[in-house]
Design a protein around this ligand. Structure first.
Ligand SMILES: NC(=O)c1ccc[n+]([C@@H]2O[C@H](COP(=O)([O-])OP(=O)(O)OC[C@H]3O[C@@H](n4cnc5c(N)ncnc54)[C@H](O)[C@@H]3O)[C@@H](O)[C@H]2O)c1
Length: 438
């Protein structure tokens, strides 16, 4: 069993720390955010992730996980320092590496024994070498070795613990094969494929994976837009495609497009890297453009149903970028709300878990207690996030409450025939026959 320090205790760091602790290691999670660490020390989770509180609580009780803001304490006995700090988009779409830099600098300054620095943050190709340089320069006079291993993370918010514990694969990249093998030992009990490669290849595997998944979604959205015009139903098209083993069913759901803390920034960062290295990322540019347009199409549909949106009351169901998380970073719902507000609409919204985050980020947004409050007097409802609780609503009650019964089903979750027979005007995404009905 190993001593592990995790630097950055957000969605990735906290899940990583809790899972490694559950596998029997001794873990210290460190963060510069004092409020976050105070909460964790009081047993309060700073994020919503199913199963996380229980996992953290049981490992705190078992003495395998603790939380600190103190780098020195966190690194004291650590054999591995996992870096899981944010890498948000910079002004030109590049990954902003300031948090990675500062973590690398402090590790170099504080550590007084051999350590393997494992980078879990999603970072541009070449960052591992850069981190290695930073540490080498600052550790110049220290009489011990360190290594850098890239270990990109593939967990999904909403199913993060299961994704960590049952990964499709673990990717490790390093110039130091022994260091990569030591990190591999930490994952052996998960009995999953472990790919050991060089640093740059590991970093690229992460970007290429996210860009590919985003591409699948943009692809099906482009097909959806054609279906809409040509009278086909994209849900059935996706089903028919997905049974082909070469294609598969995942990431073929037409809707408002991809969002979240990873795909948008990672596709942008990969495109930025490509340009910097003299290649022309035309597919990635198209993937991003299709995604932007999916949000705009909501406004077009509403204009088609309601005319001018000025002073119209539009309800939005769902704010998080996908169900089962409270994360609203780059959520499609936020962009739709922004576009609607630009048209003069009065927007109100409800989300099962993301209301706190939304209240902090969008001070003016009218937040309601449930879907029915959102619907009261509304001219239209937009389903932006497919939380389970929105799948089986009391539509008769919604119809009664709404001023104009217009539904934009941005996630193709509802039954168009049923809703239309109840008197709703229904719009889905890429449901051509359905959408051309009105
Ligand atoms: N969220 C995901 O689903 C996901 C999945 C795979 C990979 N990733 C990648 O993992 C990385 C982290 O993502 P996240 O969503 O967990 O971010 P996050 O914003 O939830 O957490 C990052 C944490 O790092 C802390 N931090 C920043 N600088 C620090 C420093 N110098 N020392 C210590 N702590 C510091 C912040 O206070 C914050 O709590 C990103 O590169 C992201 O792209 C995220």
């Amino acid at each position: 069993m190993s001593n592990i320090c995790v630097i950055g205790t957000g969605y990735v760091g906290l899940v990583t720390g809790a899972c490694f602790a559950d596998l029997g290691n001794t873990v210290i999670c460190m963060d510069v955010d004092h409020d976050r660490i105070d909460k964790l020390n009081q047993g309060i989770m700073p994020i919503y992730e199913p199963g996380l509180k229980q996992l953290v609580d049981q490992n705190v009780r078992g003495g395998r996980i603790s939380f600190t803001c103190d780098y020195c304490e966190a690194l004291k006995n650590a054999e591995f320092a996992f870096v899981a700090v944010g890498t948000p988009s910079g002004v030109d779409g590049e990954a902003d590496l300031q948090y990675v830099r500062s973590a690398a600098e402090v590790i170099a300054d504080e550590v007084d024994h051999p350590i393997i620095v494992v980078n879990k943050s999603t970072v541009p190709v070449g960052t591992g070498d850069w981190v290695s340089d930073i540490i080498t320069r600052r550790c110049n006079d220290k009489p011990f070795a360190f290594s850098v291993v890239s270990n990109p993370e593939f967990l999904r918010e909403g199913s993060a613990i299961n994704d960590f514990m049952c990964p499709d694969r673990v990717v490790l990249g390093s110039l130091d094969h022994d260091a990569a093998s030591s990190v591999a030992q930490l994952y052996l009990s998960l009995r999953c494929p472990i790919i050991i490669t060089d640093l740059r290849t590991a970093e690229m595997i992460k970007y290429a994976s996210n860009a590919f998944l985003a591409t699948r979604i943009s692809f099906i959205n482009e097909i959806a837009n054609m279906c809409e015009e040509m009278g086909a139903d994209v849900s059935e098209v996706a089903l028919g495609m997905g049974y082909d083993h070469r294609i598969g069913h995942d990431f073929l759901d037409a809707g408002l497009g991809w969002g979240g803390s990873c795909f948008p920034k990672d596709v942008k960062a990969l495109a930025h890297m490509a340009v910097l290295h003299g290649t022309h990322p035309q597919l990635l540019q198209a993937v991003m453009e299709i995604n932007r347009n999916q949000r705009r199409r909501v406004v077009l549909r509403l204009r088609r149903a309601l005319g001018s949106l000025n002073e119209k009351v539009i309800g939005v169901l769902g704010l998080s970028f996908k169900p089962n998380t409270d994360d609203i970073r780059e959520a499609p719902a936020l962009e739709v709300i922004h576009l609607l507000e630009n048209e003069g609409a009065i927007v109100r919204a409800y989300d099962p878990q993301a209301m706190g985050a939304a209240a902090r980020m969008m001070k003016r947004l009218d937040l309601c207690e449930n879907p029915y409050e959102v619907a009261r007097g509304a001219d239209a409802l937009v389903l932006a996030t497919e939380w389970n609780e929105f799948k089986q609503l009391d539509f008769a009650r919604l119809h009664e409450l709404m001023r104009t019964p217009v539904l934009v089903d941005g996630r193709n979750q509802w039954d168009p025939d049923k809703l239309r027979s109840m008197g709703f005007t229904y719009f889905g995404v890429g449901r051509g026959l359905v959408n051309n009905h009105d």
